[in-house]
Design a protein around this ligand. Structure first.
Ligand SMILES: CC(=O)N[C@H]1[C@@H](OP(=O)(O)O)O[C@H](CO)[C@@H](O)[C@@H]1O
Ligand SMILES: [Mg+2]
Length: 530
């Protein structure tokens, strides 16, 4: 929300982070102050568990309760309640690390957070400006230091070095690609990219755009991964020459969109679905080449996790061509991450470019123990080992994903065009509708249908039935006060008609508020678009 409303909330998040750390016997908890791809005037906060995962969902409820307390007495009572419910030992130590993105409101909000942490005698270390995935990385490094699973050196430098070293191993000896252009959304990604490039040296040629982290109102403005994906437009200030490869990061550099222009300079987008299929296909081929299995000779299980926003064509491709098991979860990476962890190699990406590849401990052990009978097997094993270092295991990471894509393209000497031609996206559109109460919209079946409000799902189904390859669903956003409408159909025009008919139905009959956007269609009681 607007950053000037967040002071007291940050204070309560400080209190909660202390309780969470104590509940883990003093393990370090991460706090990231960011509003990601949202406008510069907004801000927000993300909490990170000791191994770098997102906050346990039960604790989201506690965060909400604390944020909504209206008096000191209520706050004290709510804290006592959490302490009792979770049997927290208040004598345990509490350690917090905090970082922020480049929003001007960040510094003051970190100060509020520190006040909250200190109010409960917690210890807090400020990492200053970081990307969200860097903070996740650092949190995991701190908590695994001096253990057999040590994740790395808990510094920004350690992060860049780990990624760059792994990348260099994978691409060594292979011809390089032309320079990659990176749209940094005028955010923290610009800082991180610059540092990363120093470590990569000549191994990756990069040019960048939208790197102004001090300009007023420019963060995510007409640039960055979300703008590019939703608007299906090239970012401002980023001129794409023919055959140019580019990518867009979001405001906290945990999402990536890959862009390519064809010979006529026409813009093509390769989203999270395309990245996921590229990664799954490549890793499967390397596992085969390496001939690596579990110690009992059972195969490593590769799986893909998608959400309802995955393009229907990508799902068909995964099922029919790649033949990888696919699981669907509700929207939000916390759901995808959890499911991906059930595989030996769990590839998860939201269509919007947020995702990663998780390697199970058993898979990492198998890579470590594999010896390889010939040069080809040995090389494939080395690549798999390096991939598990290159790919951030804690959370979706735009820079790590960027290097993964580049490494795969270098290894396979594949052009963007070849990658893109694996399958053709169905036209899709995403819109939002402001409603009086988004809580009135209750999704089921991994967000693909609604059980509430009564009657809406039938009306959506009636519209979808009119279009070949039509698909549409409505769900309440978990991060904004809106409901989202997503549709696909065989042509762009049909997709737009379906999207705006459903937007019109939601707005007119299910609680739309504010000005009615003129693009929303009017639909009569019999379901005819007027
Ligand atoms: C359709 C869409 O892109 N939704 C995004 C958005 O969630 P909503 O619950 O749709 O507001 O923000 C989440 C956090 O960044 C991200 O995980 C998710 O994919
Ligand atoms: Mg983000």
């Amino acid at each position: 929300m607007k950053s000037d409303l967040l002071d007291s909330i940050m204070f309560t998040v400080g209190l909660l982070a202390v309780l969470r750390s104590k509940s883990h016997n003093g393990a370090t908890i991460g706090v990231m102050v960011t509003a990601s791809h949202n406008p510069e005037a907004d801000n927000g906060v993300k909490l990170v568990e000791p191994l770098g995962e997102m906050l346990d969902q039960a604790w989201e409820e506690y965060a909400i309760t604390l944020a909504n307390c209206e008096t000191h007495q209520q706050l004290q009572a709510a804290l006592d309640d959490i302490i009792k419910k979770c049997k927290i030992n208040m004598d345990a130590p509490a350690n917090i690390v905090v970082a922020r993105d480049t929003r001007p409101s960040g510094e003051a909000l970190v100060a509020s957070l520190k006040d909250g942490v200190k109010a409960l005698n917690g210890k807090i270390t400020d990492y200053g400006l970081q990307t969200t995935p860097q903070l996740h990385y650092v949190t995991r490094c701190i908590n695994t230091a001096n253990t057999p699973n040590a994740y790395g050196e808990p510094t920004t430098d350690g992060y860049h070095k780990k990624l760059a070293d792994a990348f260099k191993k994978i691409v060594s000896g292979k011809p390089r690609l032309s320079p990659l252009l990176v749209d940094c959304a005028n955010g923290i990604g610009a800082v991180a990219l610059k540092e990363l490039c120093q470590h990569l040296g000549e191994d990756l040629a990069v040019t960048s755009s939208n790197t102004d982290i001090n300009g007023k109102g420019v963060l995510n403005f007409e640039c960055g991964a979300d703008y590019v994906k939703i608007g299906q437009k090239a970012p401002r200030g980023t001129s794409l020459s023919p055959n140019q490869r580019a990518c867009s990061l979001d405001g906290d550099a945990d999402r990536i969109m890959v862009i390519v222009s064809n010979l006529a300079g026409v813009f093509r987008l390769l989203d999270g679905d395309k990245i996921a299929t590229l990664a799954a296909g490549f890793i499967m081929s390397k596992i085969k080449e390496a001939n690596v299995t579990h110690a009992d000779k059972s195969p490593l299980r590769v799986g893909l996790v998608q959400t309802a926003y995955a393009n229907g064509s990508s799902t068909d491709y995964v099922k029919n061509k790649l033949q990888v098991p696919t699981v669907f979860t509700p929207t939000g990476v916390k759901h995808l991450h959890h499911e991906a962890a059930h595989f030996d190699v769990g590839v998860y990406f939201e269509a919007n470019g947020h995702g990663t590849v998780l390697f199970s401990d058993a898979a990492v052990t198998a890579f470590k123990n594999a010896e390889g009978k010939n040069e080809a097997e040995k090389k494939a094993i080395e690549t798999l080992r390096a991939l598990s270092d290159l790919i951030n295991q804690t959370v979706g990471d735009a820079l790590s994903d960027m290097l993964m894509v580049e490494a795969i393209l270098v290894c396979t000497q594949q052009s963007f065009k070849q990658w893109d031609s694996a399958y053709t996206d169905l036209p899709s559109r995403q819109e939002k509708v402001k409603v009086a109460s988004r809580a009135a919209f209750v999704p089921i079946k991994a967000d693909t249908e609604l059980v509430e409000p009564k009657g809406l799902q039938e009306k959506i189904n009636a519209q979808v039935a009119k279009f070949k390859k039509g698909r549409c669903f409505v769900r309440p956003s978990g991060t904004e006060d809106v409901v989202r409408v997503y549709a696909e159909a065989e042509t762009k025009e049909e997709t737009e008609t379906l999207t705006y008919a459903v937007c019109g139905i939601v707005f007119d009959s299910f609680g739309g508020v504010g000005e009615r956007p003129s693009k929303f269609k009017k639909v009569d009681a019999a379901g005819n678009i007027i």
